[in-house]
Design a protein around this ligand. Structure first.
Ligand code: PLP
Ligand code: SF4
Length: 397
């Protein structure tokens, strides 16, 4: 089966050359009621949210706005970009300004160190599009832009000093709102640190402005390899022709691409939507990596689904979707407990000597415990040091 990835239609009066120029996309961003009213038949709820001095920044690239329905307010793409009145209702339910407790795990400005071997480095707070459900709303779009030089040097110093840090995840905000020369400086500074093995770029740019990911940028990532690219498609319709080409450019330059999606109420909370998204991504050589439970950030109450509903989606995917296309379902424990992987329960009985399971299509079977004792690998001592360096460590203040 071949998928059809559709080209977006430039706004009236805009040339294809302008449309495909990321600088034009950035400077033509939609952010006010008047901007959005030009392209959408706004609902009363959207009008209300757009006319408030919003607590959370609002912005879209013209490209992403063109993916959304002009007329249907419940359109999934439209709900991710246009605020609704529910967003203003921050007092209801369990809503937290910093749901993952990131401030408590921030040893210094712009660095979040929650897991022993990897750190997040928030190099900018800017995004080209502000997702209405963003979990880092307390940080993004506060006009702090690129990390100041003193915070930048301190962060590098911290990473240099943390010998257990093997991965640096460049995040924000969206790192690709920065220009290539800034990004090159960050990549070269990190590569100069002996113990940094992997650099990850966490960016929604392939979704919101795929033309930003030029051949030159892909070549830059290649020069500083291994650079992993983590992106964030939530819905199959975000996979336009332009997005497909962008992902292809990255992979053709040898940059592995992974996708992290979040389950959103009324947007993608059905097994058929998750399956379609995962299959299309896999076809484009992007590995579906995580399927997240939506975090209870402020103004996100209407986006959240229940854990039961998410587990049921995961259960139905199991065995019916290629293992390569299967995302790990994960939830961040509110307050800063970190991620926990959740799996549907296929076990039907458990005893010391055996466990019983019922598989995805109902077939039942028993796995008996081995008869002999557990024996350790003979060369274990070659690896124990590396492990013990990390095990049992707790991070954060
Ligand atoms: C999610 C996350 C990471 C990366 O976790 P992986 O499971 O390796 O993708 C790192 N640091 C923080 C604070 C995170 O929230
Ligand atoms: S791209 Fe990421 S950081 Fe930016 S608004 Fe969306 S979810 Fe938040």
């Amino acid at each position: 089966m071949k998928f059809h990835f559709q080209k977006t239609e430039p706004f009236p009066g805009v040339t294809v050359a302008e449309w495909m120029d990321w600088r034009w996309q950035f400077k033509s961003a939609l952010s006010t009621l008047a901007d959005f009213a030009q392209h959408f038949d706004l609902s009363a709820s959207e009008r209300e949210a757009l006319s408030q001095p919003s607590r959370f920044p609002i912005r879209s690239t013209p490209y992403y706005a063109a993916l959304a329905s002009r007329t249907v307010a419940t359109d999934p793409i439209r709900q991710m970009v246009l605020p609704r009145a529910e967003e203003l209702n921050t007092g209801r339910g369990q809503q937290i300004s910093d749901p993952l407790g990131e401030r408590a795990h921030s040893p210094l400005e712009r660095v979040i160190h929650r897991y022993p071997d990897r750190v997040l480095f928030l190099i900018t707070d800017q995004c080209s599009l502000y997702c209405r459900y963003c979990l880092r709303k307390h940080f993004t779009g506060q006009d702090q832009a690129f990390v100041g030089s003193s915070d930048y040097e301190k962060a590098l110093e911290y990473i240099r000093g943390g010998r257990g840090i093997r991965e640096v995840i460049l995040s924000g905000g969206d790192p690709l709102t920065l220009g290539d020369s800034r990004l090159e400086r960050v990549l070269s500074d990190l590569r100069a640190i002996e113990h940094v093995e992997i650099i990850r770029i966490a960016s929604r740019m392939p979704v919101v402005a795929p033309m930003r990911v030029t051949d030159e940028l892909c070549a830059l990532f290649k020069r500083y390899k291994p650079v992993y690219f983590m992106t964030h498609f939530n819905h199959p319709r975000e996979l336009s022709f332009e997005a497909a080409e962008c992902l292809e450019r990255l992979v053709d330059h040898g940059v592995p691409v992974f996708n992290q999606m979040v389950l959103l109420n009324g947007i993608n909370n059905h097994v058929a939507v998750v399956q379609a998204l995962s299959r299309r991504l896999l076809f484009l050589r992007v590995k579906p990596y995580y399927m997240f439970q939506c975090d209870p950030s402020e103004g996100s109450e209407h986006f959240r689904t229940s854990v039961e509903e998410s587990l049921e989606i995961q259960r139905q995917l199991w065995g019916r979707l290629s293992g390569l296309a299967m995302p790990n379902f994960s939830l961040d424990i509110p307050g800063g407990g970190g991620k926990v992987g959740l799996t549907p329960n296929f076990e039907t009985a458990r005893a010391d000597s055996q466990r019983e399971y019922r598989g995805f299509d109902g077939v039942h079977g028993v796995y008996r415990a081995p008869a002999g004792p557990s024996v350790l690998p003979a060369d274990l001592s070659d690896y124990l040091g590396e492990w013990e360096e990390l095990a049992g460590q707790r991070y954060g203040r």
